[in-house]
Every structure is written in structure tokens, then in C-alpha cells.
Design a protein around this ligand. Structure first.
Ligand code: KG4
Ligand code: ZN
Length: 351
């Protein structure tokens, strides 16, 4: 089965052609980072307008790179939730035109399900051997941070075990980077600097450290960095900056890792998976790999191109949904909410 996937939920316009065994034939991502960087964050209106400009060229390139035409496809998959509604609408509406013109079936995909299944994508020789079901997945992106038990490749077989009470992990990276004058998006910049600094040299308190809780909280950590910057100003020394980045990243990745393995232990599964933009973080990847080894468990990490937003993961999730009978009509709507069941309420309860 051949699937064309389309992604436009945030600041990346993506189109990809993927086979239902996970083989990526093409994956084109047009990033809007330069467009939004000068504002220090994403401007929804600008994002939607840019998706409109990029959609045609990106789809044309994805089909050409895969050496296929619309006629060769079995189904078209599009991200319809969650995300910026104006941005999502561009992809959803454009895809209805494509499906109508080519007389191909259409399926709507939850962006988070795409991230969770991104570990099944195969881009080349070095692609990881995919996990088997069940496994526990840590989804860490700019908009979401949660743990899921995954019993199969469909949203109905995924259950949330815990999520963030406030900021997502990627959001914490971005906000801290902004405080430190590192620009947008901050994750990759902190990742780079952290490699040169001393973890633990700046004493940050661990957020939601109770090991029996599978919920996260990152806004307090961001406040700790804000207070530090207020006290001593934006660091001018490269060494101090690297130490802050290393210490911040250490606390975040340690928290993520502990809760991931705690969840796996509770669920009695021996495979863990990560996904989302923050899954590209070198510190997190090293930690999860080392901990799995220590425990005799299997950790499967998606390739870097599969971590940050891309359409290949949407195509693959679409293939799985289509195989299970999901179909979308021309009334397919875009919504800001995920279809995954959510158990964590923002800001609630004892820490
Ligand atoms: O999954 P993604 O591309 O978009 C969302 O669905 O949100 O994730 C983007 C997030 C941003 O917050 C970015 O700073 C973060 O992922 N990110 C990283 C790294 N690369 C991207 N965070 C930490 N280390 C990285 N290497
Ligand atoms: Zn994403």
C-alpha cells in the first residue's frame, strides 16, 4: 500500500510518500523557522499563510522524489488534529481537493499518533529495528509531553499513562533558550551548548520528582532559570551559558527517563520508545539507551528526521488507520484537540 501523507499542524509544511511497511520513499519538509524566528515564536496567521504558499510545491516534490503520481497512491492521509486550527485547515482543505481530483480515499490523522508511530519509519540501512507491541512511548514535542501504553498501531489501542500539568518539554527548552538569548527554536541550541557544559554545576530542583507519579511539570524549572537570569543577567561567558544549559538539560532528561522506565515497569512491558522533537535531544537519547541497557530492556529511538515534525509519520499512521477501516469524508474537520484519551488535568493536584 502506498500513502501520501500531508502535515501542516504547526510551522512545517510536509508531504511524504510512505509504504505501509514503513519504507519512506520521499519526505519533504518545508520549515518556516526563518519566518517566525524574528518574533521569537510561532505567529499562527503567518503559519497558515505560508502553508498555503508551500503546499503545492511540497506535494509536487514529494511525488517526484518518490517517482510516483497521484494515480499510484492507495490513500491520502492528512493531519487534522491537534495543532493551530488555521494551519491545519490549509492541509485538510487542500487534501480534499487532491482526493476529489484523483478519486482517492482520504483519512484524517492525529499528529500525536504520528509521533508515537514514527519509530516504525525506515529511511535506510541504519534504521532501527521497530518495536513489537506492547510498548511504552514517551512523546516529547513542542506542544505535548506524555507517556502512553501502546498495544497496536491505532489510536484506539493507545492509552495515556501521564502527561504534563503545564508546559511541554519542548516548550520548556524553547522558553529557557529565549531567556538565555539563544533564539528560536531553542531545543537544538541548548542541546549543542549542553555538550560543552557541566551537568549539575547549577543546582536546579527536579520537577515532579515523586517517582510514583507519571505526570510532569516544567514551568517551575523555567521559572528557576528566569530567576537566575534576573539575579545575574543573561550570561556573557560561554562557559557559564554551557553550564546552565547542561544543568537544565540534565534535570529535564533525567525526569523524562525516570518516568518512562517507571511507566514501563508498572505496565510490565520491556520495550520503550520515544518520539517528538525533543526525542532528537542527544542527552535524552544517551540516557534512555543507557538505562535500557542497565535494565536489560529494549529502547527504540526514531531516526533524527523522524523525531521533528514530518509528513512520513503522518503517512504511516494513515496507512495503519486505513488498514483498520478509518475513512474521512469531505466534511473532515480540523480541531485543536487530540483524539488520544487524556487523563491529566492542567495544574491540578498534589505534587
Ligand atoms: O515535534 P516537533 O517538531 O513539533 C511539535 O509537534 O511540537 O517538536 C518541536 C520541539 C521544539 O520545542 C524544539 O525546541 C524541540 O522540539 N527540539 C529539541 C531538539 N530538537 C528539537 N529539544 C531538545 N533537543 C533537541 N535536539
Ligand atoms: Zn509534532
Amino acid at each position: 500500500m502506498l500513502v501520501l501523507g500531508i502535515e501542516s499542524s504547526c510551522d512545517e509544511t510536509g508531504a511524504a510518500v510512505v509504504r505501509d511497511d514503513g519504507l519512506v520513499l520521499s519526505d519533504v519538509v518545508q520549515s518556516q523557522i526563518d519566518l517566525h524566528a524574528r518574533y521569537g515564536g510561532i505567529i499562527p496567521e503567518l503559519a497558515a499563510r505560508d502553508h498555503l504558499r508551500s503546499f503545492g510545491p511540497v506535494v509536487t516534490e514529494a511525488l517526484a522524489k518518490a517517482s510516483v503520481t497521484l494515480a499510484d497512491l492507495d490513500v491520502i492521509a492528512v493531519t487534522c488534529r491537534p495543532g493551530l486550527v488555521g494551519a491545519l485547515l490549509v492541509g485538510v482543505q487542500a487534501v480534499k481537493g487532491l482526493a476529489w481530483a484523483s478519486d482517492k480515499p482520504l483519512v484524517g490523522v492525529d499528529h500525536l499518533v504520528g509521533h508515537i508511530l514514527s519509530v516504525f519509519l525506515r529511511r535506510g540501512e541504519k534504521s532501527p529495528e521497530p518495536p513489537t507491541f506492547p510498548f511504552v512511548s514517551l512523546l516529547v514535542s513542542g506542544g505535548h509531553t506524555a507517556l502512553y501504553r501502546v498495544d497496536g498501531p491505532h489510536v484506539s489501542l493507545m492509552r495515556e499513562l501521564g502527561a504534563t500539568r503545564d508546559d511541554a518539554a519542548g516548550e520548556a527548552f524553547d522558553k529557557v533558550a529565549k531567556l538565555l538569548g539563544l533564539g528560536y527554536p531553542g531545543g537544538p541550541a541548548i542541546d549543542r551548548l549542553a555538550a560543552q557544559g557541566r551537568a549539575g554545576s547549577v543546582p536546579f530542583t527536579r520537577p515532579m520528582a515523586r517517582i510514583d507519579s507519571l505526570e510532569f511539570s516544567f514551568s517551575g524549572l523555567k521559572t528557576q532559570v528566569a530567576q537566575l537570569v534576573e539575579r545575574e543577567g543573561v550570561p556573557t561567558s560561554g562557559e557559564r551559558l554551557a553550564d546552565i544549559c547542561a544543568s537544565f538539560q540534565d534535570v529535564v532528561t533525567d525526569t523524562l527517563q525516570r518516568k518512562l522506565f517507571r511507566a514501563a515497569e508498572e505496565q510490565g512491558v520491556n520495550q520503550v520508545v520515544i518520539g517528538g522533537g525533543v526525542a532528537a535531544n542527544r542527552g535524552l537519547r544517551a540516557r534512555v539507551t543507557a538505562e535500557a541497557e542497565k535494565r536489560g530492556m529494549r529502547a527504540v529511538l526514531p531516526e533524527l528526521a523522524s523525531c521533528t515534525d514530518n509528513a512520513a509519520m503522518i503517512a504511516y499512521a494513515g496507512a495503519m488507520a486505513f488498514a483498520r477501516g478509518d475513512r474521512a469524508g469531505f466534511d473532515l474537520a480540523a480541531t485543536s484537540r487530540t483524539s488520544l484519551p487524556q487523563g491529566t488535568r492542567k495544574g491540578r493536584g498534589a505534587r
